[in-house]
Design a binder for this molecule. Structure first.
Ligand code: ADP
Length: 438
């Protein structure tokens, strides 16, 4: 089912016209209501009356996270606090969090894009949604909650953690849809396997996973472990929260950005130059319809590419899976490294599970990487025992992985094999893929 067919299948030319109309209105609104932007645009000598279409967007400077922090907490809001109906904040690992405010119309738009996303993920009105995203300042919990209700689902607000209770509710309430982080979906899948619960006890059909980068390896593990079709939901609190983009459950491969509300661009990480379709770079968004805190050309720091997929049911542009954040990109002996590159190599070797960590350490004056990875079921079936096993077979396996990493990524890494379930799991939160011991 398509939730809003008139919008989701709108011809691209018409979509562009809608974006232009909204953009022209937005620029005036922001200039009038956000002193930060008025100052910035005046300093850049941008005459907003000369802005005629979305094609003028390249004339505007970027907004970055620091701008939001500098205006902490409410300086960037376009409306007085009395006009807000909700305030969220991102976790912000360092310093003050970034704060976002929503008017009633913003909450309405947020619910609409999440309802669209849920439908795109396979959910239908009348189904139940087990929402295991955290409820709180983080936008995930309430975002999926309102979207599920909007679509006409019965939402079960479980939030994260307490895995045994989650397994009980999943069996007793029989939800068809679950939303959570990919790492928590893996935790649930493992818990089901460990406890020997047959999948027939569940009615789950679809999993909607987001809030952190994940890959095909995780998709396969979640799909097999929970008996679902798993798709990606992407978003960030600065733009609205989850539901900025969503993967279709039959097409997979890339996520539709809801272009009538969020205008995407890809820019070069160093020069800021706009990049053509199918070229990787930093994802930038302009909010076309937000009232509380509209943002112009916000640099997400997430790395991906954009493309139109003519074979798709919907016309909106797609983004490739996020490869990582430009601020989490590691530079090891001059080579750029994202942990998802290691994950992609592991994916090609069925002997390894999707549970891995990269440990960055010093070797003399140089940086070095150790890959700590759990073995998969395939291995236990073959060797019939747990580690440690001094086995030529496992040594060979290590050497094969070492070589494949060297060939594909261009770096030598030390490999340490771990028993299944040896790595620490996150309860509901984001899994720590990188341990920096430098
Ligand atoms: P925080 O995690 O700091 O509280 P957000 O919830 O707004 O703040 O996090 C947004 C960020 O999470 C995105 O910019 C992106 O890096 C990451 N993210 C969200 N969804 C996905 C996804 N589906 N794939 C990859 N990364 C994602």
């Amino acid at each position: 089912m398509i939730y809003q067919p008139a919008i989701e299948t709108m011809p691209v030319a018409q979509l562009r016209a809608l974006q232009s109309e909204r953009f022209v209105r937005l620029v005036r609104y922001m200039y009038e209501h956000q002193p930060f932007y008025r100052r910035q645009w005046d300093a850049h000598r941008i005459d907003i009356r000369s802005v005629k279409s979305i094609d003028d967007i390249g004339r505007f400077p970027f907004t970055i996270k620091t701008h939001l922090r500098d205006e902490y907490p409410f300086g960037l809001m376009a409306v007085p606090p009395a006009d807000l109906v909700r305030i969220h904040a991102s976790s912000g690992t360092t310093g003050k969090p970034t704060v976002v405010g929503y008017t009633r119309a913003d909450i309405d738009m947020f619910a609409e894009v999440v309802a669209r996303s849920l439908c795109c993920a396979g959910a239908l009105p009348g189904m139940k949604l087990h929402n295991a995203y955290g409820y709180g300042l983080f936008t995930g919990g309430l975002g999926l909650h309102y979207g599920g209700e909007r679509l006409g689902m019965a939402v079960i607000p479980v939030s994260g953690g307490m895995t045994d209770r989650q397994l009980m509710l999943l069996q007793d309430f029989g939800p068809e849809v679950i939303s959570c982080t990919p790492s928590y979906a893996l935790t649930l899948a493992e818990a089901i396997r460990e406890r020997g619960i047959p999948l027939e006890k569940f009615k789950l059909r679809y999993a909607i996973l987001g809030a952190e980068p994940w890959t095909e390896t995780t998709r396969q593990a979640v799909e097999a472990g929970l008996g679902v079709t798993a798709t990606n939901i992407y978003g960030l609190s600065e733009i609205v929260g989850p539901g900025v983009s969503q993967e279709d459950f039959e097409e997979k491969g890339g996520s539709h950005i809801w272009e009538d509300h969020f205008f995407p661009e890809i820019v070069h990480p160093d020069t800021g130059e706009p990049q053509p379709y199918n070229t990787e770079g930093i994802l930038v968004f302009t909010t076309l319809t937000k009232q509380g805190i509209p943002l112009m050309r916000y640099r997400t720091n997430d790395i991906c590419s954009l493309y139109y997929d003519s074979g798709s049911k919907r016309t909106h542009i797609k983004m490739s899976p996020i490869k990582g954040r430009s601020d989490d990109m590691l530079i090891i002996r001059g080579v750029n490294l994202f942990h998802t590159q290691v994950e992609a190599v592991l994916h090609d070797m069925p002997e390894f599970s999707a549970n891995y960590q990269l440990i960055i350490y010093r070797e003399g004056a140089l940086d070095a990487v150790e890959v700590l990875v759990e073995l998969s079921e395939v291995i236990y079936a073959a060797i019939g025992a747990r580690l440690p096993i001094n086995d030529e077979f496992l040594n060979q396996l290590k050497r094969r992985l070492e070589k494949k990493i060297k060939d594909n990524i261009g770096l030598s890494m030390r490999i340490t094999l771990a028993d299944r379930d040896a790595l620490p799991r996150s309860e509901g939160g984001k899994l720590k893929r990188i341990l920096d011991r430098r």
